[in-house]
Structures are given as C-alpha cells and as structure tokens.
Write a protein that binds this ligand. Structure first.
Ligand code: PLP
Length: 386
C-alpha cells in the first residue's frame, strides 16, 4: 500500500464497529471480566488488550497503531501531551548516575525537564551543537544512556545528521530518542535513519486544528516494554476523546501539509526580497545550511520556519507584531491558522553561540498566501515607521 492509502486506513477497522467509518470513542475506567481466568490472564501482561482505562481503550489503540504504522515503527504509545511523551521516554531509559546528551536546539520545555527534574534525580545533561554529526562520539561517556535529538531544532531549525549520530550512539550502547514533531511521520522516517524512539507532539500537525493536546511515542519491539512499563508505572495516559480528534486530524495530514508547505515557501520567497530580513531559517531553502542533509533524509517540509531580522529596535518589532491581522501570536503550531512569534535563541542555548537580530517564527496556515503577504507587508510598514 502506498503511504496516502495508509494514512486513510491505518488504525481503522469499520467491520468491528457496525461499518462505522471512524473508530468510536470508547471511554472507560473500569473494564469487567467474565471469569477469574480472564481477569488473571492480564497479570502477566496488562499492557496488551483492554484491561483498565488508564492503559487505553480501543480508541487509544487505534491511534497508537496508526501513528506507529506511519512512523515505520512497531508500536505506539499515546500520552496526554507531546511533553509527557518526551518526559516519560527519557525517564524510561535513565536512572541516577546516568548521562544524557541533548541537542542545544531542543524544544525549550524538554531542556527544562532535563535541567530541573532530571538533575534532581542525579542524571547529568550535556547539550551539544545540533550540527555535531559523528563528532558526537567525543561526548559519549560510559554512562551515556540516551542521545536526544530533534531535527530540525525548535525555533532555529538546524538539521541533524541522525544516521551519523545514531551510529556513534549505538556503538556506545546509547539509545537515540527523536522529537519528530516538525517533520511528522510523513516527511521523516525515523527508523530508517537509526532512531530507536520517535516522539510526535500530536498536538501540532496530527491533531491539526489547535484544539487538543496529545503525544505519541513510537518504538520498535525491542524497546516497547521498557517504555510501556514506564508510562504505566507513572500513570501517564491519554484521553479517548483526544485520540479520536487526533485520528480525525491524521486522515487529512497529507493534504494539509502540502498546502502549509506551499504557503511557507511563498512567504519565504517574499521575505527574501525584504531589506529588513537578514536570513531565513528553513531547511527546504537551498541556501539554508541544513539543506543538503534535509534533502538526503526528509521527503518534505511543513509550514513552520523562522526568520532573523537585521538589527531592529524592540519597539519596532513590537509595532509590527501588535498590529497583525491574520497572523495571531501564540505558542504551539500545526493548526489551520497562521501564527507569528518573537523568540530569543540566546536565552535557550548553552553549547552554541547565537548571532543575529530579532527572531520571528512563522507558522504558515491554510489562509490565502497573498492575504498573508499583505499582512506581513503592513507589519513591515509599522516596523519601519516606529
Ligand atoms: C509543542 C512541542 C512539543 C510539546 O508538545 P505538547 O503537546 O505541547 O506538550 C514537543 N516538541 C516540539 C518540537 C514541539 O513544538
């Protein structure tokens, strides 16, 4: 089956539900058993099958199966948020005295989890330049259990050489965990590039409508029990309604992404011609430093990118942003609507030095590109007038 056919069919089985197209929302805490034998059959393995609401219902399993299939892994585990999926994946592999390597361009809250929580449990984090590639070898210690990658990185979009990093990590026995939210399961196939665990902030493109929080961890069989046990022991789980919304969003992921990408490219081309713009951070652009790696490993780019302004006073940037009509300011991304966000990489990087003026991140939504360009154009007029 081609991928577009899989997107439509993965995790779906209408024959099991009166022919109804979408997997229904099964809500549950208690699940009852017809006999002691069936009840106790779950003692050996409470993670497979419908056992208790916290371990998931058929709605959860449908989403887990669908995302795992598209990522190219064996098993999926749905969590209440992308961050919960990241946190529990790290906890599953780390213990006191261990060391973890984390990309310097990682999602801010992932960094906070390492600095504030893992540190309290005596797990040491070293941040590395996301462009390190096979040079990661020099940073791997005997107690390095995890190499955490995010490619391209949050906000600044550095592309990582994941096959090179995975090769070095595996040679020293470390597991590679990837935050694959930007590319989605469609544009990057983690398990073909040496990744052991792939995480989706499904909140973003999979849900796609800015109205539900969800994370999905995908892994191969070898690591499945380790992670599933950790999620079950912590009590982390996801809500069936949110899984239903994610399954609904997933079916249109391809067509949405193509439009997000086309609009992002139009905005980039327009921004390139602006005097106010110093550079654009989007690996799909041939001049981007990560373009060659992106072209080698990815099959597409979604609608999320950043640009760096030439030195501009903050009040001028504020004048631009405060008057935007179509680009709303807000965290998250991946919905149908366009967003713009100021950010400060220098506050979030410790292994690398950030150079440049004010930074803005854009999520290109599904609006008409010409309307979006007009909104930006008016924004630059305010910026220049301030
Ligand atoms: C938003 C985001 C997350 C966290 O997802 P939530 O569902 O908001 O917790 C993780 N990684 C990246 C790259 C994100 O952008």
């Amino acid at each position: 089956m081609k991928e577009d056919t899989r997107i439509v069919n993965a995790g779906r089985n209408p024959e099991e539900n009166f022919g109804i197209v979408n997997p229904p929302v099964y809500r549950a805490s208690t699940v009852t058993f017809p006999s002691v034998e069936v009840l106790e059959s779950f003692d050996k393995n409470p993670f497979d099958g419908v056992f208790y609401g916290r371990h998931g219902t058929p709605t959860t399993f449908a989403l887990e199966d669908a995302v795992a299939e598209l990522e190219g892994g064996d098993r999926g585990i749905a969590m209440a948020s992308g961050l919960a999926a990241i946190a529990v994946s790290l906890l599953a592999f780390l213990k006191s005295g261990d060391h973890v390597l984390v990309a310097d361009s990682v999602y801010g809250p992932t960094r906070r989890f390492c600095d504030e929580l893992l540190q309290r449990y005596n797990v040491e984090t070293t941040y590395y330049d996301p462009r390190i590639g096979s040079g990661i070898e020099a940073l791997l210690k005997v107690n390095t259990k995890v190499v955490f990658v995010e490619s391209p990185g949050s906000l600044t979009f550095e592309v990582q050489d994941l096959p090179a990093i995975a090769k070095a990590a595996h040679a020293k026995g470390a597991v590679v965990i990837l935050d694959n939210s930007w590319a989605t399961p469609l544009y990057f196939k983690p398990f073909e590039r040496g990744v052991d665990v792939s995480i989706q902030a499904a909140t973003k493109y999979i849900v796609g409508h800015a109205d539900a929080m969800l994370g999905v961890i995908t892994t191969q069989e070898a690591h499945y029990t380790t992670i599933r046990k950790a999620t079950a022991t912590i009590g982390a789980c996801s809500a069936p309604e949110e899984c239903f919304l994610a399954l609904r969003g997933l079916r249109t992921l391809r067509v949405r992404l193509e439009r997000h990408a086309a609009t992002a490219m139009k905005l980039c081309e327009w921004l390139k011609g602006r005097d106010e713009v110093d550079r654009i951070l989007y690996p799909a652009l041939p001049e981007d430093p990560g373009h060659a790696l992106w072209k080698r490993d990815f099959t597409g780019a979604p609608g999320l990118f950043s640009f760096v302004l030439k030195e501009t006073p903050k009040k001028a940037v504020v004048a631009m942003l405060d008057g935007m009509k179509l680009f709303a300011m807000g965290y998250s991304w991946g919905g149908y609507e366009s967003l713009i966000l100021p950010f400060y990489p220098e506050k979030l990087r410790t292994a690398t030095q950030w150079q440049g003026g004010p930074c803005l991140r854009i999520h290109a939504g599904l609006e008409d590109a010409e309307d979006l360009i007009q909104d930006l154009d008016a924004g630059f007029k305010r910026l220049n007038a301030a």
